[in-house]
Write a protein that binds this ligand. Structure first.
Ligand SMILES: Cc1cc2nc3c(=O)[nH]c(=O)nc-3n(C[C@H](O)[C@H](O)[C@H](O)COP(=O)(O)OP(=O)(O)OC[C@H]3O[C@@H](n4cnc5c(N)ncnc54)[C@H](O)[C@@H]3O)c2cc1C
Length: 540
């Protein structure tokens, strides 16, 4: 930093309200979370401000961001990738991530407390792996690390059928054939997906998965093994006692220490960086996006340290900006830009058509047969009723926290297609956007899922406890910048050259009764092929 670099004129020790992130709930693996205490960070005395010029900038390193960075790089475009979170390198017996039994500050994005109710612990806020975003009527859990949600997701990599895809995203229905023949298989290849092998499924920790496969058909479901981006040799290493248990105890919510998970940081993003054209900057939080007088895109970025303290402010001017900050991240940036008129003329649909992919988490307890403990993961078995008038999927995810009194328990999760009735509105007090979710959006689906859960009880005994009954949460946030009314089918923001949305924010509420990551990535592949062909050299 040169001595004459400009500094930020704001007061030396005031609270930067945009750093204040409250957390209220974390639904990972069915664990509802307690109310959070917002934590403020102070602004250091003199914050340098720098300016830089870029051709293309990608914001976020999850599924949308990883695909975008790779395809830009392969098209010869020097690309800057901005990510608010940290890199988390893994390997056999690494201790990179915290464990469920010993949750610490690595678990959560800039909050001061344990995200799990009943688990004591407060700490100095840290740039941990999961952000909880509190809305009205809904709490979102999403990734906050290099690799986005792929570090903390289970890895269920499901492609919807054509019919269900079209029901979720009618405007993309004509493209399903191309997605099916090329984009989905490309994602499958990049993430090296496979299903649980017989020897692993037969192992003792996978007793609960076998129980699901046994009971689900009697509850009217056609079962299947879930495709996962997992190198099963690592799971075998745990089964043989060579590696510390993570997979075989389903202790996956805060990341997989041993590695063997083909997350975005070690697949798409690593391939992008290997071209030499992509530079990833972790701990870079994009606060605002604006258009300058020359109609160039300006990103207002804070470089933070791991305590969340601002170290530097950057104005990054770009010809093209690819927003891939996830549904909550991208939506918040654009709702703010619209409300503050930082980007005049943004579509009115921004902040609309948000949904939760129909998530509902149940604890199945006291069933007839013993599901065993620990319960292995990732979630490797599921079921569907192909004749159901409302499409849905039910999966079993092993629980890393089983009742200490020995109560038999399994976590069973349902999801499907919802009406995307959620909306985001700007709140000037926090300089942020907040979600309001109307439960009517998934009422029909939830009734159906509850009925199906009752079928499980009839077939296998015990009872189902609806964990979302009190506080509704999701880890499948989708929408907020919907296709058709806010962006075109390739993610171009309507009326705004060089601004793109290539993540889950553009998918209105659900991905065809499947977990969303594969569809987010496949759509990004599909869009980037066209953007590279049509916009490269013309717009950026
Ligand atoms: C516990 C859990 C389990 C899940 N399990 C599954 C599963 O098994 N299968 C499945 O398909 N899906 C699963 N999901 C959902 C899946 O992770 C998301 O749908 C997916 O990651 C969304 O992809 P994306 O590209 O839209 O955004 P993300 O993957 O969320 O990436 C967005 C990135 O942008 C960054 N970012 C956000 N705001 C800013 C900003 N202002 N400045 C800079 N960077 C920013 C974030 O840190 C993040 O890295 C799970 C999610 C969770 C939380």
């Amino acid at each position: 930093m040169p001595d004459n670099a400009p500094t930020d004129p704001r007061p030396a020790s005031g609270v930067d309200r945009r750093q204040v992130l409250g957390a209220a709930a974390l639904g990972g693996l069915g664990l509802a979370l307690g109310p959070g205490k917002a934590q403020a960070t102070t602004v250091p005395t003199r914050i340098p401000v720098t300016e830089q010029r870029e051709r293309a900038v990608v914001v976020g390193t999850g599924f949308g961001g990883g695909v975008t960075a790779l395809r830009l790089a392969q098209a010869g475009v020097r690309t800057l990738v901005l990510e608010r979170g940290l890199r988390w390198p893994t390997g056999p017996n690494a201790t990179t991530f915290c464990r469920m039994a010993n949750v610490d500050r690595r678990s959560a994005w800039l909050t001061d407390h344990s995200p799990i109710p009943g688990v004591p612990g407060t700490w100095k806020p840290y740039t941990g792996v999961l952000e909880t975003v509190q809305g009205n009527g809904m709490t979102i859990n999403c990734g906050s690390a290099v690799g986005g949600g792929s570090l903390t997701y289970h890895g269920m990599t499901l492609q919807p059928t054509e019919e269900y895809f079209a029901a979720s995203m009618p405007m993309m229905a004509d493209d399903y054939d191309l997605l099916d023949r090329w984009a989905y298989p490309t994602v499958a290849r990049m993430l090296k997906i496979s299903t649980v092998p017989d020897d692993v499924l037969a192992a003792e920790p996978y007793r609960s998965s076998r129980l699901f496969l046994d009971v689900a058909p009697r509850a009217g479901l056609r079962t299947f093994r879930v495709p996962l981006p997992v190198d099963w040799r690592f799971v075998r290493g745990e089964l043989e006692g060579r590696y510390e248990p993570t997979y075989i105890t389903s202790d996956l919510t805060f990341g997989v220490n041993n590695g063997g998970k083909h997350s975005i940081d070690v697949t798409y993003l690593a391939a992008a960086e290997a071209t030499g054209r992509v530079r990833t900057e972790p701990l870079h939080v994009v606060r605002d996006i604006s258009l300058d007088l020359l109609k160039r895109w300006v990103l207002h970025v804070e470089r933070i340290n791991t305590d969340g303290e601002v170290q530097e402010r950057k104005r990054i001017i770009a010809d093209a900006v690819f927003l891939a900050a996830g549904s909550p991240g991208t939506t918040r940036l654009l709702v703010k830009a619209k409300a503050k008129n930082l980007v005049p003329g943004l579509p009115d649909a921004i902040g609309t058509q948000w949904g939760n992919n129909g998530d509902r988490i149940f604890a199945w307890v006291n069933m007839n047969d013993d599901p065993g403990r620990p319960q292995g993961g990732p979630a490797c078995v599921g079921g569907r009723d192909p004749n159901s008038p409302i499409p849905y999927t039910i999966i079993h995810a092993g629980s890393p926290m089983l009742p200490p009194d020995g109560t038999k328990m399994m976590t069973v999760v349902g999801f499907g297609i919802v009406k995307a009735t959620g909306t985001w509105a700007y709140d000037s007090a926090t300089d942020d956007a907040k979600l309001t979710w109307n439960p009517a959006g998934d009422a029909d689906l939830q009734t159906l899922i509850r009925n199906r859960m009752n079928e499980f009880v009839r077939a296998g005994g015990g009872m189902m406890i609806d964990r979302d009954a009190q506080a509704t949460s999701t880890w499948h946030a989708l929408g907020g910048v919907p296709m058709g009314s806010a962006v075109d089918r390739y993610g171009r923001v309507l009326g705004h050259r060089g601004l793109y949305v290539l993540d889950g924010a553009r998918i209105p509420g659900s991905t065809g009764a499947c977990n969303p990551s594969m569809t987010i990535a496949a759509l990004a592949e599909h869009s980037m092929a066209t953007i590279v062909r049509q916009d490269l050299g013309r717009i950026f």
